[in-house]
Design a protein around this ligand. Structure first.
Ligand SMILES: [Zn+2]
Length: 611
């Protein structure tokens, strides 16, 4: 629980933002100063709006100049047919701290295994192997060690990197991804798994195979290369806890990636290829991108895409042809969501956002990366197609629910480009900063696109409803900002973090009113862009926007929703009528079928939600 109260990002950021502090006790006046400064700047903004241009407007935080940024130059050679790849990366790390260091730490996320994992004969997890590490300057081999069951690569440099200087290394690696059984990725499988998590309370853990796999002709490489660990002041953030949420956290970096693959294999990344050179039977595509936190790659044999430009950002929907109808719908939703978020949350300095129809396994309905979001193919259902007629009635009857849910999910994953990509955070330690905020942002999309009435229905169904069902099934109320490892499964995580956590933002909006609320959110976004924020940053932004009289209530609202258990009063208590209707309590997931036959409409609506 200690992790909950940490101030590491804040301290690191003060440095990064040029406010160097050596002693922690000097932070307090600094915080006060920052409140005052932000308030002043905010006041200045209002003045500008009133036509008094005597104060400068607050400027959004900018990334460092290109030569002071972390940079990856990667050559990736794909053996699509055999689900393997080799790669070499030249990584430039910039020391933004105050002390020199001679060690670089990389995460090899693909090698993480859940506790007690026993490898089956047929590999079912991805693998990332280090072949060689060299100095980029001298090309001399560098000593390195693999730690924590091959999930950490520690490289010892020959010379320390001084503050504000950079060090470069060359790393050769190879990897492979498992083939996933298509049966694990269908809509029925997804729904059955949700039911079993609800009834049996099964423990779920995110696995590397969830985002690194081949299935139905789609190869997703989510964490395929050694990734520099993020820095917290003078320390590397090296710990990774298995949990139900996303585990990756990284500083922004520039990328130049060359992907060499057989001709006829389509390659998609967060940006479009700058050029494609061909050799016999092979094509080399070059991708160049700035300020991303990761670089996902998708390779596919039967994929196509459609796109649209909104405010200079290309929105792209990538799909397999049989999912054209849902993919076009997703493109429309994403385009509208980007328009709303730019207006309400702030400008997005990305060139492109891609949505991909990916056959994700049960327990995972979407996965977000920088400029890139995967949504489970299971939910790209065209209810008018002949294929759907073979699905169980009980699922076909849920058409409205599944379609509504896809809309909410697209709005949610698009919002992650603001909360997760631009404003970084550590999702395994403070999931509220990306998960809850992205989910609440989807509500903003509803409100701005359809008006209050439909937004209220969405609020009830997508946020309150999940919590209520979870409590009706006997799930206990929890604090909404625990480290992700404390949540048992997707059901619990959706109810508490994505549901209750998001509702805190509604409570804050009601408390402060739209003007102050969005000013606070804007300020949080502007100040923390390109950085890694923590909860204190969010709280500070809201405190700064509130009047002195309101500050205490703001603080109490944060505490009430994130650190206490008032969900039953604030959201909804368990519903005895629903429980009776469901025939609860039942503890045996094998009896799911019996429960199915008795369940009410509400249950099914909730169970066919994309989570
Ligand atoms: Zn999310």
């Amino acid at each position: 629980m200690k992790d909950r109260i940490n101030h590491r990002g804040y301290r690191g950021k003060l440095r990064a933002k040029g406010k160097v502090q050596s002693a922690r006790n000097e932070l307090l006046p600094q915080v006060a100063h920052r409140f005052a400064l932000t308030s002043l700047l905010f006041a200045a903004c209002l003045c500008v709006l009133c036509g008094e241009n005597s104060f400068a407007q607050t400027q959004p935080h900018q990334p460092p100049p290109p030569d002071k940024r972390i940079q990856y130059r990667i050559d990736l050679s794909l053996d699509y047919a055999n689900r393997k790849y080799t790669g070499s990366e030249r990584v430039r790390w910039v020391n933004r701290g105050d002390r020199s260091t001679g060690t670089l730490i990389f995460h090899l996320y693909s090698n993480a295994r859940v506790p007690g994992y026993v490898a089956p004969k047929q590999a079912d997890e991805p693998r990332l192997e280090i072949v060689e590490v060299k100095s980029a300057e001298s090309e001399a081999p560098l000593p390195f060690t693999l730690e924590e069951d091959n999930t950490i690569l520690r490289v010892n440099l020959r010379q320390d990197v001084q503050p504000q200087n950079s060090g470069e290394v060359l790393i050769k690696f190879r990897g492979e991804v498992p083939e996933i059984d298509p049966d694990e990725t269908g809509l029925v499988a997804h729904v059955m798994q949700q039911v079993s998590a609800a009834i049996g309370g099964a423990r779920e853990l995110r696995r590397p195979r969830d985002t690194n796999f081949m299935c139905r002709g789609v190869m997703l490489l989510g964490t395929w290369y050694p990734v520099l660990a993020a820095r917290d002041g003078e320390e590397w953030l090296r710990r990774v806890d298995p949990g139900i949420g996303d585990a990756t956290v990284a500083d922004v970096a520039d990328y130049e990636v060359n992907v060499d693959a057989s001709q006829g294999t389509s390659i998609f990344t967060p940006v479009e290829s700058k050029q494609v050179a061909t050799q016999t039977g092979r094509a080399i595509s070059t991708f160049v991108a700035e300020n991303l936190r990761d670089f996902a790659v998708v390779a596919g044999s039967n994929m196509t895409s459609e796109e649209r430009v909104i405010s200079g950002i290309k929105i792209r929907s990538i799909y397999r042809r049989e999912h054209e109808v849902a993919a076009k719908r997703a493109l429309n939703i994403a385009s509208n969501a980007v328009t709303v978020y730019i207006r309400r949350l702030g400008a997005l300095p990305l060139r492109m956002i891609s949505l991909i129809d990916a056959p994700l396994v049960t327990t995972l309905s979407n996965a977000e990366f920088s400029g890139f979001a995967a949504i489970a193919s299971a939910f790209y259902v065209n209810f008018d197609s002949p294929a759907v007629s073979s699905m169980p009635d009980i699922i076909r009857e849920q058409r409205a629910s599944v379609e509504e849910s896809l809309e909410w999910t697209v709005a949610h994953v698009v919002a992650h480009q603001w909360w997760g990509t631009m404003v970084g955070s550590d999702p395994s330690r403070e999931p509220v900063l990306d998960e809850s905020l992205a989910n609440w942002s989807a509500l903003v999309y509803y409100r701005e696109t359809y008006g209050e009435q439909k937004a209220d229905i969405a609020l009830d169904e997508q946020l309150r409803g999940v919590y209520k069902l979870y409590r009706t099934f006997g799930g206990e109320d929890l604090e909404a900002n625990l480290p992700a490892k404390f949540y048992r499964n997707t059901f619990q995580y959706s109810a508490i973090v994505t549901g209750k956590g998001a509702l805190m933002f509604e409570a804050l909006r009601k408390l402060l009113g739209n003007e102050k609320f969005f000013a606070a959110l804007h300020s949080y976004y502007d100040v923390n862009r390109f950085e890694i924020a923590d909860l204190d940053d969010l709280r500070s932004a809201f405190a700064a926007s509130a009047s002195v009289a309101e500050r205490r209530s703001v603080s109490r609202t944060f505490d009430r929703w994130l650190l206490a258990k008032h969900g039953d009063e604030d959201i909804a208590p368990p519903d005895p009528k629903l429980a009776a209707e469901l025939g609860l309590p039942t503890r045996d997931p094998k009896n799911g079928r019996n429960v199915f036959s008795r369940v009410g409409k509400f249950f099914w609506q909730q169970m066919t939600r994309i989570r």
